[in-house]
Write a protein that binds this ligand. Structure first.
Ligand SMILES: CC(C)(COP(=O)(O)OP(=O)(O)OC[C@H]1O[C@@H](n2cnc3c(N)ncnc32)[C@H](O)[C@@H]1OP(=O)(O)O)[C@@H](O)C(=O)NCCC(=O)NCCS
Length: 375
């Protein structure tokens, strides 16, 4: 029997972290519907849920938030790296290097010790520091001034403020950003999470597994799609060109970024709330162009191809309205997904077996090595 290309349809393991219910196009984090989580909780409550199996009570959330605030600073070695990085370098590469460096400077990061307690601390350190890395790797490599984290701001207020270089407290902006972080946090055995589990299963450490996952997330078929969506919307540029260009792309058999999903075939449950918040932002800022183009593209793709938008589609225009540089869309996704990756790495370490599939050999049959003069 031949393997399914892309391992489609293969069950590669168990997880108690999230459930993608294809029959109802819904997503559940440890038994909670993501739409209810978006309505009633914050990103840090969801991070706690993913790491600790259930939502925090008031005292648990307070100490979780305090740890996050106290550990936002990053070592000088990272600021030096960002200053010397070329302008054209992608922030995902700087994020990847930063996570490796954070693993290098963590004196508790000793190879072979992957206890749950140590993994939880490493996870929290990454959750706290990744926003500072994401914002400042971009700022410094682009010749802008560093913005240090501010303990007086909430997680999302602080993250957005560092990115934009000005204090953001507008409640709709912060709610939209925080909600995107909840929606991006976890999604079963997606490509980056699976790659993190493969690394963790060799008994490598949590930082190394997160670094593997960042490399996987960068690709445009996965997390990198949110950046490509915005480049595409800008290239289309006006609503009256949207249908024509979408039809052209379909005719040319191009992959249209932000559409389609390996699991969901009738729509991605994460898009509704993101689209609604994006539209509220568009009304508030009086900028409707991106949603006008998006609505036409969505209608055309569903009519002609029966392919629906995924989360990256509405997230891209919402981030654009917030003023976030396009190169940071995927690093922001990573700063959210680190919660899901960490939960999966812990789950893997706690019940481990090396992940090592087989493959069918389809190359040449046995042959002799010719002398170099005869080749
Ligand atoms: C997500 C994705 C990689 C899933 O891939 P997959 O499960 O391997 O699906 P396939 O590539 O086999 O697609 C099945 C069919 O739908 C088409 N299709 C899927 N996504 C498409 C898209 N975004 N645009 C145009 N056609 C698409 C394929 O061309 C294929 O058509 P065919 O059977 O005529 O060849 C794919 O939908 C894609 O590339 N989307 C764009 C990138 C993106 O938004 N990624 C973020 C995912 S959350």
């Amino acid at each position: 029997m031949r393997a399914n290309k892309g391992l489609a349809g293969l069950i590669a393991g168990d997880t108690a972290i999230s459930k993608v219910d294809v029959s109802t196009s819904s997503l559940w984090y440890r038994g909670y519907d993501i739409n209810e989580l978006c309505e009633k909780t914050s990103f840090l409550e969801v991070a706690y849920l993913l790491l600790h199996n259930d939502l925090p009570n008031i005292a648990q959330l307070k100490s979780f938030e305090e740890f996050e605030k106290e550990n936002r600073d990053i070592p000088d070695i990272l600021y030096d790296l960002f200053k010397s990085a070329p302008k054209y370098g992608h922030p995902m590469d700087l994020l990847n290097q930063s996570v490796s460096i954070l693993g290098t400077v963590d004196e508790k990061n000793i190879l072979g010790t992957n206890s749950q307690e140590e993994n939880l601390i490493k996870s929290m350190l990454l959750i706290s520091k990744m926003p500072t890395v994401v914002a400042n790797s971009y700022r410094l490599s682009q010749g802008l001034k560093a913005v240090k984290p501010d303990k007086n701001l909430s997680y999302s207020e602080n993250f957005l403020s560092m990115i934009l270089g000005k204090e953001v407290k507008d409640s709709l902006s912060v709610k939209t950003f925080d909600t995107s972080m909840i929606l991006y946090a976890e999604h079963g055995y997606n490509a980056s999470t699976f790659s993190a589990r493969v690394t963790a299963a060799t008994l490598s450490d949590l930082y190394s597994a997160v670094s593997t996952a960042i490399g996987t997330l960068k690709g445009p078929l996965h997390g990198g799609a949110n950046e490509q969506v915005m480049y595409m919307l800008k290239e289309i540029g006006s609503a009256d060109r949207a249908e024509k260009i979408t039809l052209e792309k379909i005719r040319n058999k191009e992959k249209i970024m932000g559409f389609g999903h390996r699991l969901y075939r009738t729509g991605d449950s994460r898009t509704g709330v993101m689209k609604r918040l994006g539209k509220e932002l568009a009304t508030k800022f009086d900028v409707s162009i991106w949603h006008d183009i998006s609505d036409i593209m969505e209608k055309t793709m569903i009519e002609k191809k029966d392919i629906y938008p995924n989360l990256d589609f509405p997230a891209a225009s919402a981030y654009y309205l917030l003023g976030i540089p396009i190169e940071l869309y995927t690093p922001i996704f990573a700063a959210s997904r680190v919660t899901g990756w960490a939960a999966h790495i812990i789950e893997q370490h706690n019940d481990n077996r090396l992940i090592r599939p087989s493959c069918d050999y389809v190359g040449p049959s046995a042959r002799n090595v010719q002398s170099i003069l005869k080749r």
